[in-house]
Design a protein. Structure first.
Length: 51
C-alpha cells in the first residue's frame, strides 16, 4: 500500500481537522456532489503517500 485516501463531506470540520493533523493533504473537492437532508454537500478527497 502506497497511498491512503479519505473521502469527507466538507461540513464535517472535525474530521477534516483530524485528517489534517495526521498529515493528509486536500487533493480534490467535488462541490455539491451529494444531497443530504435536502442540503447540497461538497465532498473533499484527502490523500497521503505512505511507505
Amino acid at each position: 500500500m502506497h497511498t491512503l485516501l479519505g473521502f469527507i463531506f466538507g461540513h464535517n470540520v472535525a474530521s477534516l481537522a483530524l485528517f489534517d493533523r495526521f498529515g493528509f493533504a486536500r487533493w480534490a473537492e467535488m462541490p455539491g456532489v451529494a444531497t443530504l437532508d435536502g442540503i447540497e454537500r461538497d465532498l473533499i478527497i484527502l490523500g497521503k503517500r505512505v511507505g
